[in-house]
Design a protein around this ligand. Structure first.
Ligand SMILES: Cc1ncc(COP(=O)(O)O)c(C=O)c1O
Length: 394
């Protein structure tokens, strides 16, 4: 039965839009805090460090200088230039500034990329488990999601043979993400080269989500965009949120294929118009200024990673691989006598530890939890203690 005459209705496609459970769990945790409960927050994926002071100062100076109006939708030329220099140096390629677009975070750029390259009848290969917005946007675009499993036994890497099986003449886009949310896995250069050879034989675009590129603990960061010739079909996505503890500033950037510069810019014009220019000045300062705080954050994340992984592995029924990048641990909880969804819910309600159920990241995430270790070592120790007491009481 349709809506009653005169009552407003939602567009049918709205049903297809998913969400990010990190935001709903955060809301529930805040509700509990308002009732006086003490919650350890390991649900939200953002560095707990302040934005470096020189970055904030650059924005304040820009506001004082009157940089508070509309500006070019593709981004300030100086930021596009700085981002091109950064991407060229870190990926070993030649990125022209004219192919860099600046967005209100990496998220709109990935959403627009999916909307600009995928439609009804198309297939999109994407990591499972993976950042939930991929599947949500693929479905919104009317395309068919084709999950590519990541394998825990291989530290959450993908198998190039399984990628080959998933590519078809209808594949319009392949999404890769390394370092990875939610597993902390990283893709090795050899797997990326194998993937590049396979995708080069198809008509598919590539979206390489590298927003955690500076957060690698062992091997240097590898990018599919570094493989000769691949930049012409790859949206190489990076941003400020994670690297510079700037999640609330909403600024990201991408080097995009020549043929996508104008269409993606039109999405920006049609939606957000531009990133506030004073925010872009903060971005310029971040890229061009001292990088010592980035290095200090990474050193601290490494200590926390080692602490939380050791703590999790000491819990009954829990096993956790050592993540090689980002700031997430993705423990397997199949040995706990509760499903992971119920476990996550009860850890929040009964033990005061906010974590995410792995199923929110795709089918392959079942039996896992995601913990963000962007929290102090004291909070991490407290969380593991509380989890231990809860599991002992089952
Ligand atoms: C894999 C991945 N891509 C993109 C984003 C979005 O980042 P931004 O804050 O730049 O929009 C996130 C944020 O959690 C993420 O985990």
């Amino acid at each position: 039965m349709g809506p009653a005459a005169g009552s407003p209705a939602l567009a049918p496609g709205v049903e297809a839009l998913g969400t990010e459970s990190a935001f709903s769990v955060l809301a529930r945790a805040r509700e509990l805090e308002r009732t006086g409960r003490d919650i350890v927050h390991l649900e939200i994926g953002e560095p707990d460090f302040p934005t470096p002071a020189h970055v904030s100062e650059a924005a304040f100076a820009a506001v004082r200088a009157g940089e508070t109006h509309y500006c070019p939708s593709a981004g300030l030329p100086e930021l596009r230039e700085a981002a091109a220099v950064e991407l060229s140096a870190t990926r070993g390629i030649d990125v022209p500034a004219g192919r860099v677009l600046v967005g209100n975070g990496a998220k709109p750029l990935l959403f627009f990329t999916i909307l600009a390259t995928c439609g009804s009848g198309d297939e999109v290969v994407y990591p499972d488990p993976g950042f939930p917005i991929y599947e949500s946007a693929i479905r919104w675009a009317g395309a068919t999601p084709v999950p590519l499993p990541l394998h825990e036994a291989a530290d959450f890497s993908f198998d190039p043979g399984e990628l080959r099986e998933r590519l078809s003449p209808r594949t319009s886009l392949v999404i890769l993400n390394s370092p990875q949310n939610p597993t902390g896995g990283v893709a090795g250069a050899a797997d990326l080269e194998a993937a590049a050879a396979l995708i080069a034989d198809t008509g598919a675009w590539i979206l390489s989500d590298e927003v955690y590129s500076r957060m690698v603990y062992d091997a240097p960061h590898a990018s599919i965009a570094s493989v000769p010739g691949l930049l012409d079909r790859t949206v190489l996505l990076d941003g400020f949120s994670k690297t510079y503890a700037m999640t609330g500033w909403r600024c990201g950037y991408a080097c995009v294929p020549e043929a996508l510069v104008e269409p993606l810019n039109r999405f920006i014009v049609n939606s957000t118009s531009c990133v506030p220019p004073f925010v872009q000045h903060a971005g310029i300062a971040a890229l061009r200024g001292p990088q010592d705080e980035v290095a200090a954050m990474l050193a601290e994340f490494r200590l926390r990673r080692d602490q939380v992984v050791a703590g999790l592995n000491a819990l009954p029924g829990v096993s956790c691989r050592t993540p090689q990048g980002a700031f997430y641990a993705f423990p397997n909880v199949a040995g706990v006598p509760l499903g992971a969804d119920e476990l996550a819910a009860r850890l929040l309600d009964e033990a005061g530890v906010a974590v995410l159920a792995g199923s929110a990241f795709g089918r392959a995430g079942t039996d896992h939890l995601r913990l963000s270790y962007a929290a102090s070592r004291e909070q991490l120790a407290e969380a593991v203690d509380r989890m231990g007491a809860f599991l002992a009481g089952l």
